[in-house]
Ligand binder design. Structure first.
Ligand SMILES: Nc1ncnc2c1ncn2[C@@H]1O[C@H](COP(=O)(O)OP(=O)(O)O)[C@@H](O)[C@H]1O
Ligand SMILES: [Mg+2]
Length: 385
């Protein structure tokens, strides 16, 4: 902001303090009182009011706050009367100077306040623009990741389904072959025939291979289902639901994965019916619950997950807390980032919380993640009325 310097120690010119018309009127009154023609001059000797062409030597200084501001000419007046008149005019000019400087100070203050307000508004707008730009960048990034995920999920889904189905069929075929081998052993020479090619081992190992392969395919299917959830490829219908029912069903699913001895407490309070995409919201809640269950792995019987719901202000609040591992403070800002995971390869996709946040936001809500390393984690979802 430009600095405004008020010239307090330099008075404005005489013409500004006493405009010509006023100056003439003042001189006319003084001329009657002093019984002499009267003129006012500025410090440069220019007449600003009264009678022009008076003798220059008969003039008296008019000084305001130590500074010469004018001369009074009254050639026929008594010197004492001229002095008194000059003092009176000085008083008058001083009052005007003070008035003008107060008005100037006030307008300066107003200008400064306006300018500060303007600066603040510009700063707010710049922050807002910055934030919008980041949001649109983030949205664009998420949209392209989402489209990619949807495409990949779609492409992988079909082959996964038939590979899994074929592996299951192969398992039943293998069962039959094993039965055949058992029958062959009862025939003369059968046992030796089978032993020659180590068929027993082969059948056993084949079964183990198929079992492992089905496990692997299931894992891929899980990742694909996470990707599908993340990109919201399945578009279910909107419906009014009881949030507590949604929570209870998510709890039932998560409960199955609880480590032995650990507990999941559901404390469901009063919440209002909520218009939402139930499939999406359930998926978001399940992702949060799964994380809580994973966090208490290794805590044995002391592990605890607590799910609470209540209505507060104008919001439905859902809180999922665990007394598990927690995370470092430095990682807090990253948990919602797509693909951010601290789990071993094959165990996490890093999309659970990203998807949960997108879904909650799409419902006009917010999600918060608070965590203390070795102290546990609380995820709070707030949904509007
Ligand atoms: N309840 C929790 N306790 C501790 N860490 C958590 C919890 N929930 C999430 N996290 C951290 O956030 C990361 C991202 O979670 P998420 O998006 O669900 O992906 P994923 O579970 O596949 O790793 C996790 O890898 C973990 O480090
Ligand atoms: Mg997760």
């Amino acid at each position: 902001m430009p600095e405004i310097t008020a010239s307090v120690d330099q008075h404005p010119p005489l013409a500004a303090l006493l405009p010509p018309g006023d100056s003439d009127r003042l001189c006319a009154s003084l001329s009657v009182l002093l019984d002499s023609p009267v003129a006012l001059q500025d410090p440069a000797g220019t007449v600003t009011g009264g009678t022009r062409g008076l003798a220059a030597e008969a003039r008296v200084e008019i000084v305001c706050a130590g500074e010469l501001v004018a001369y009074l000419q009254a050639p026929r007046a008594r010197p004492a009367a001229s002095q008194a008149a000059a003092a009176m005019i000085a008083q008058l000019l001083l009052a005007t100077i003070e008035q003008q400087s107060a008005a100037r100070a006030e307008s300066e203050a107003r200008y400064r306040a306006l300018s500060e307000d303007f600066d603040a508004r510009v700063a707010t707008q710049v922050t807002l623009l910055d934030e919008r730009q980041r949001q649109s960048y983030q949205a664009e990034r998420l949209a392209s990741v989402g489209a990619l995920a949807a495409g990949v999920a779609h492409e992988i889904n079909n082959p996964i389904a038939f590979v899994r189905s074929n592996l299951r069929t192969a398992e039943t075929y293998l069962g039959k072959l094993t039965d055949l081998a058992t029958s062959l052993k009862t025939l003369a020479g059968g046992d030796a025939l089978l032993a020659a090619d180590d068929i027993d081992f082969l059948l056993e190992d084949f079964a183990a291979l198929l079992h492992d392969s089905i496990g692997g395919v299931d894992r891929v299917a899980r990742i694909v289902s996470d990707l599908k959830g993340f990109s919201n490829v399945d578009k279910p219908q909107e419906d009014v639901v009881d949030l507590n029912e949604l929570l209870a069903s998510a709890c039932r699913i998560a409960e199955k994965k609880l480590p032995a001895g650990a507990a999941l407490h559901c404390e469901l309070g009063v919440v209002k019916p909520f218009l939402c995409l139930p499939g999406h919201l359930a998926q978001a809640l399940l992702a949060i619950l799964n994380n809580a269950v994973q966090a208490i792995e290794g805590r044995g019987a002391s592990g605890e997950v607590r799910v609470r719901s209540r209505f507060e202000g104008q919001e439905a609040l859902i809180e999922v807390s665990d007394n598990g591992a927690g995370i470092e403070q430095s990682a807090l800002s990253r948990v919602f980032d797509p693909f951010y995971t601290t789990r071993p390869v094959g165990k996490g996709t890093g999309l659970g919380l990203t998807m949960a946040r997108d879904i909650v936001r799409a419902h006009g809500g917010e999600i918060r993640f608070d965590s203390v390393l070795d102290g546990g984690t609380t995820v709070t979802v707030s949904l509007p009325d």
